[in-house]
Design a protein around this ligand. Structure first.
Ligand code: FE2
Ligand code: FE2
Length: 193
């Protein structure tokens, strides 16, 4: 099939087709929001970064045992460009793929994927349950508390920051800002008083 640049609407249709679970969809929107925010900040292609964020876990609901490899199949079947497929698959480096993140886009996706989980949990323990109230220092305070958001692998985030040559603190601040932009879609707008 001939490759063409996917639109956000096409990406969203695929996401909804393969992910019926609301929390998986919200994770996709969170990662999209952060990718868009960081792309804009760096003067990169916001749509491209956002779309890759949106579909990075495309196969996870239906093929959890073939995570990453099925995303590659599905996107290839739909004629997605190699750059998009490679980026999506490389987020699972060392877990479900042996494609090492190489571009800044790939390294950022790799690092912020886990970080969004830590920000979600930090928001949910606030009285407002709102990401609008999350401070970078609250996320940092929970870094060494391994029982807090126990599923979030801090080592991956640290590795991603190291590969990028940025401070973890900067990644945390950017992740919070990106998620704040999509607070409603990810169900973390809370009830502001
Ligand atoms: Fe994943
Ligand atoms: Fe993910």
């Amino acid at each position: 099939m001939e490759q063409k640049i996917p639109t956000r609407a096409e990406a969203l249709t695929l996401l909804h087709q393969y992910n019926e679970n609301e929390s998986l969809r919200k994770h996709a929107y969170a990662v999209e929001g952060v990718m868009r925010y960081i792309a804009r900040k760096r003067g990169e292609n916001e749509d491209k970064w956002g779309i890759i964020g949106l579909i990075h876990d495309l196969d996870y609901e239906k093929f959890p045992d073939q995570h990453c490899s099925q995303t590659k199949e599905i996107l290839a079947e739909h004629g997605w460009p190699e750059e998009y497929i490679r980026a999506a698959v490389s987020h699972g480096w060392g877990i479900c793929s042996n494609l090492r993140p190489e571009s800044d886009l790939e390294k950022i996706l790799y690092a912020i994927d886990e970080l969004t989980g830590l920000v979600v949990t930090t928001a949910l323990v606030r009285p407002s349950k709102s990401v609008m109230d999350v401070q970078a220092k609250s996320v940092k305070n929970k870094w060494k508390d391994r029982r807090f958001a126990a599923g979030v692998d801090r080592a991956i985030i640290e590795k991603g920051a190291e590969m990028l040559g940025v401070e973890v603190d900067e990644l945390i601040a950017d992740t919070i800002k990106g998620m704040q932009e999509v607070a409603e879609a990810i169900g973390l707008k809370g009830n502001p008083t």
